[in-house]
Design a protein around this ligand. Structure first.
Ligand SMILES: [Fe+2]
Ligand SMILES: [Fe+2]
Length: 365
């Protein structure tokens, strides 16, 4: 294959090295496909919106306006520095994108744009990033973070509101982070801070997914606590599974910007976009450098798979989705117990407090 490269010599060399065994970079206008380097927004204005051969953009300037302008272009993929040979080969010669190289279809163009958006999602707030890195064994550092949380008025008051919900079963109202820490433990406060600090990602309109940002967040928070409870019972990493539960529908915040009509099921998403919130969620979490097992569980959360992380997340999601359907809920608990080789009774004991507190919350609103 021959690839026309339009851009600086330095970038051309990088791509030549990356595709070495697969293709030749040329200046010949009759090449099979094309890579165009975009180092400034103005370059975009000089380009046509459609290309005669599959075309990739190499964007060396990160700028919101520029990324938004990309929506008008029919392209097969986008690269950002640093150039990683495996990534270039994967996007251009392997998997689904190969179809894009072959025919440059609109479907794949859309998918490429969604991927670009997922890869450019704003970073997690600094505090949340640190909380993600913390492990349950590192009590001293958790304490430092709780001290930091206390300094943030908004965060503290949201946490205090949450700890007074029925789930935590505290008889007297908790009015300070210190008190919450004494009664519930450092780790719970840490996880609540993590949940609260991701809330802002859901601050947008989700009507095409027939839901609201608040509902998606609340669902993630419930699934996080279900995952944590199941993990505790099965001796898995509770913190990691809490995080998987919290973030599992994160992909919805990206795909919703590309939907043109309502999408209720995951098939609706795939039919419109060629991808779904599970795959996009995995991309976002990989970008945020969370544990690989977590990102994989997020990718698999709509079907049963073999690894334990994915199974726990899958069943936790099923349980919360069926919270108002006693029969389906019972099936989810029984199937989960069976898959993880535990007693259904014990599993009930672990998950019922979360489910009951959620039902109580539903009754109020
Ligand atoms: Fe989902
Ligand atoms: Fe979900």
């Amino acid at each position: 294959m021959r690839i026309l490269f339009i851009g600086s010599q330095e970038s051309r060399n990088l791509f030549q090295a990356a595709v070495a065994e697969h293709a030749e970079i040329t200046s010949d206008k009759n090449a099979d496909c094309c890579i165009i380097e975009i180092a400034e927004t103005q370059t975009l204005f000089r380009l046509p919106k459609k290309f005669p051969v599959p075309t990739f953009f190499y964007i060396t300037k990160k700028d919101r306006q520029l990324l938004d302008a990309l929506t008008d272009f029919k392209i097969s993929g986008i690269f950002f520095p640093p150039i990683k040979p495996e990534e270039v080969v994967k996007k251009m010669f392997q998997g689904n994108i190969q179809t894009a190289v072959a025919n440059g279809s609109e479907f794949d163009t859309l998918k490429a744009k969604i991927i670009a958006k997922a890869e450019n999602i704003p970073p997690l707030p600094a505090l949340a990033r640190e909380l993600v890195r913390l492990t349950r064994n590192d009590k001293t550092r958790i304490k430092d973070f709780v001290d930091q949380i206390k300094k943030d008025q908004g965060l503290s008051s949201r946490i205090i509101k949450l700890v007074n919900s029925p789930f935590y079963g505290v008889r007297q109202e908790i009015s300070s982070i210190d008190r919450a820490t004494v009664l519930l433990g450092l780790n719970t406060v840490k996880n609540l801070a993590l949940a609260v600090s991701t809330e802002s990602f859901y601050n947008k309109n989700f009507s095409l997914l027939k839901t609201t940002g608040q509902k998606i967040w609340q669902h993630g928070f419930a699934v996080a606590r279900l995952c944590e409870a199941i993990a505790k019972l099965s001796g898995e990493d509770e913190d990691a599974l809490y995080l998987a539960g919290l973030m599992h529908d994160m992909g919805k915040t990206v795909i919703v910007d590309f939907l043109v009509k309502e999408a209720v099921t995951i098939e609706d998403e795939r039919n419109q976009l060629g991808t779904d919130h599970c795959a996009v969620g995995e991309l976002v979490l990989t970008k945020w450098a969370v544990m690989k097992d977590i990102a994989e569980a997020v990718r698999n959360h709509h079907h049963m798979s073999k690894d334990v992380f994915s199974q726990i997340l899958y069943f936790a999601n099923q349980m919360h989705k069926n919270i108002d359907d006693p029969e389906a809920l019972e099936d989810a608990v029984a199937d989960c117990a069976f898959a993880l080789g535990m007693s259904a009774e014990k599993l009930h004991e672990a998950v019922d407090p979360v489910l009951e507190s959620e039902k109580a919350d539903n009754d109020i609103s």
